[in-house]
Write a protein that binds this ligand. Structure first.
Ligand code: ADP
Ligand code: MG
Length: 702
């Protein structure tokens, strides 16, 4: 009897050499791995076509016929093997550009073949390049199964594997052999009440039909079942973890709305709060007073006014005898927050101090001392705050700005800053699609600021080619004459930092030459923090008109007078990142512009991405598109999140509905069986333990 933990090399048709390839190329080492190496597509072989009816627009077709004649034609690189193939209704050409020798030796004239491939039109005639060929033996009926198999699975393989003969067809053969060895049904991996409730087919049926579906209907059902199951266990894992934590972690009660909050609200608030700001402050306050520890994600598009929300929540903490901290991903941003908070608090008796890597010596010691005595109410800073020697008197609320730079482990470190873990509020301007948020930040509650402060004009986004730099300069001059300021941003990717820096330097030179009357600032990550700061400051105060920078300015920087954002090599940025950068402008009352500069030669994909930016100003819409185009693994934040993204079959961009069902089901299980003791759920808990053991990524979130 075959076992799923069995080493793949003992499977018929594998052996040590292929086993090594499978392990190295695809990470397949056991029978179970092969079992869950699902096809990436299926080719419909449910019917035979006749040559008379095919044209060059069809996808794959299957034909039955014979080779009439064949020969090698052409010279050198144009050399190819051409066979004339007929089924009695017409003649087409089969063409091979590679493997000519093999086909020369193996083809036979005037015997029945089943062929399969994609028709093309070439020189007015139809041909099929590199068709799959199967000899049909009339006597034994061999291959009859092939032709009766409606959906032929296709498996992804690598170049290396193909060279060793391990192509999709070979993978299919291995899988087929293996499945035949499982002569008993695969044991069920979900409980009957779940499969019944969600109308799911059995695991056994699903796993067999995902590889060799009998028809389109059962294929859909098999996919649904396996996707559901995959998502279900991810959700069960997250929700179970979240509930356990809630049961364990009581929070610091911060019920009081007191002196500081009210003083600020009535006397210092610079403008009316938006409805959305009021709502999220209420949501956060509900959490803070609940007696349980808050872990909340605050999503709000760039410019939606998250800082103000952060400040007011910090004041709630202060009113309840606690301290608060606000962490930013960069020093520039931390300092800007410090200034914003101090300015908004005015003469209120709330002390805000800064702690970053640049705060050193005596000044640092003073901050640390006053933090411990509780004289500092709000600490603003960078990652420096989570260092072990930073001790609070009583930290009640930790706010993290721009979560995507902040991993799960760091969040956990914050929890340990107080005997009772502080409430945690994570703010992000990278809107995360709901499906992703449920999976990525499934352990966080979510608040959304879905409204911008009044009076903002939507930013106009324009796509321009770098060859049309004159137009771009003209546009810039226009804005500078209106007294506006301009950002120019260059991509910075770690691997090619040198080249990127050169691009930036060249760009800077060019701008200086073309704008001799302007003062130009330059900011990049290689500069000393103090230098960077001076330059940023010069731009923020209006002393310089143009800022040439790398993405260091991406987050948080607030210069309302800047009205143009020019993004060079825009194709190298993710959509969410482009949206973030664009959010740096449109903060004043005037019409703002964002210019996306690309090369003239860009692919259809890039064109589409740029078009999305031109068409939409809505961060959530853009995030959804980004997810669809790039998949969750490439989205910003997912790498650091520590969440499993090697989903085998489910797709977070497409399977939102299934995900919701899976989450509901997981919730239901946890509601009914909080102690994980019901015998009917034993199979679920056992399976979860097994998955947590085998999949490293799963452990990362808990
Ligand atoms: P983000 O959510 O991107 O962090 P900020 O907190 O930096 O946004 O706010 C962007 C700008 O909007 C700031 O200049 C801030 O003072 C202003 N702002 C915030 N809330 C309001 C409001 N309710 N009405 C008007 N302006 C606001
Ligand atoms: Mg912000």
């Amino acid at each position: 009897m075959i076992q799923i933990y069995q080493d793949i090399k003992y499977l018929q048709g594998v052996g040590p050499k292929r086993a090594e390839l499978l392990a190295h190329e695809l990470g397949i080492t056991t029978v179970g791995d092969l079992l869950t190496y699902y096809p990436y597509k299926y080719v419909d072989r449910s019917r035979f076509y006749t040559i008379a009816e095919i044209d060059g627009t069809m996808p794959y077709v299957q034909l039955r016929g014979q080779i009439l004649s064949a020969d090698t034609v052409g010279e050198g690189r144009g050399r190819r093997f051409v066979a004339r193939f007929s089924d009695g209704t017409g003649v087409i050409e089969l063409v091979w550009f590679q493997g000519i020798k093999y086909i020369q030796q193996s083809y036979a004239l005037h015997v029945p073949y089943v062929i399969f491939g994609k028709p093309n039109v070439f020189g007015g005639r139809i041909n099929i390049a590199h068709p799959e060929m199967d000899r049909v033996s009339v006597l034994t009926g061999e291959n009859a199964r092939h032709s009766s198999m409606n959906f032929v699975p296709a498996y992804n393989t690598t170049e290396k594997m193909k060279r060793a003969g391990l192509n999709s067809a070979a993978m299919m053969k291995l899988t087929e052999n293996m499945l035949r060895l499982f002569d008993q049904p695969f044991p069920e991996t979900l409980t009957p009440y779940i499969t019944e409730r969600y109308h799911l087919i059995s695991y056994d049926e699903a796993i067999r039909n995902i590889h060799f579906p009998k028809d389109a209907q059962i294929l859909r059902e098999a996919q649904a079942r396996l996707k559901f199951e995959e998502l279900f266990y991810v959700q069960l894992n997250i929700l179970r973890y979240m509930r356990n934590r809630l049961r364990k972690c009581s929070g610091i009660p911060c019920a009081k709305i007191g002196q500081q909050f009210n003083d600020f609200f009535y006397n210092h608030l610079p403008f009316e709060l938006t409805g959305a700001q009021k709502r999220v402050i209420r949501e956060i306050h509900e959490d803070m007073k609940s007696g349980r520890q808050m872990n909340r994600l605050l999503q709000g598009d760039v410019g939606s006014g998250k800082t103000l929300v952060a400040l007011m929540c910090a004041l709630i903490a202060v009113d309840n005898g606690c301290q608060a901290c606000l962490m930013a991903p960069t020093e520039i941003l931390a300092e800007q927050h410090l200034q914003t908070l101090r300015k908004q608090l005015g003469d209120m008796p709330v002390r805000v101090e800064l702690l970053t890597g640049s705060v050193k010596g005596k000044r640092r010691q003073k901050v640390l001392d006053d933090l411990l005595t509780g004289e500092i109410h709000i600490l603003v800073g960078t990652h420096a705050i989570i260092e072990d020697n930073v001790l609070f008197h009583r930290l009640g609320l930790a706010i993290i700005d721009e979560q995507h730079r902040f991993g799960v482990a760091q969040r956990a470190k914050l929890w340990r800053k107080n005997a009772t873990p502080p409430h945690v509020l994570v703010m992000t301007a990278t809107p995360i699609p709901r499906t992703l948020a449920m999976t990525l930040y499934g352990d966080l509650d979510v608040s959304v600021i879905n409204e911008l402060p009044p009076g903002r004009k939507p930013i106009r986004t324009i796509h321009m080619f770098d060859a049309h730099r004159d137009h771009i300069y003209a546009k810039m001059r226009e804005q500078i004459q209106l007294g506006r300021q301009i950002y120019i941003v260059y991509p910075l990717i770690k691997e090619s930092e040198k080249i990127d820096l050169k691009n930036l330097e060249d760009g800077y030179e060019q701008i200086c030459q073309n704008f001799p009357d302007c003062k130009v600032s330059k900011v990049h990550g290689k500069m000393k923090p103090a230098e960077k700061d001076t330059e940023m400051q010069r731009f923020a105060s209006g002393e310089t008109q143009i800022l040439v920078a790398t993405t260091v300015i991406e987050v948080g920087v607030n210069v309302p007078n800047a009205s143009v954002m020019i993004i060079e090599d825009a194709e190298r940025f993710g959509l969410s990142q482009l949206h973030q950068l664009r959010g740096r402008v449109g903060r004043g009352a005037d019409q703002s512009f964002c210019v996306l500069v690309t090369k003239y030669e860009i692919g259809a994909d890039t064109r589409r991405r740029i078009q999305i930016m031109v068409d939409s100003n809505n961060g959530f819409e853009i995030a959804e598109e980004d997810l669809k185009l790039r998949g969750p693994g490439d989205l910003e934040g997912t790498q650091q999140s520590g969440m499993a993204f090697d989903l085998k079959i489910a797709n977070l961009a497409r399977d939102g509905q299934l995900l919701q069902m899976a989450r509901d089901a997981a919730s239901l299980v946890l509601d009914n069986d909080p102690d994980e003791s019901l015998s009917q759920n034993a199979v679920l808990w056992a399976r979860l333990r097994e998955l947590r053991k085998t999949n490293i990524n799963w452990r990362a979130i808990s």
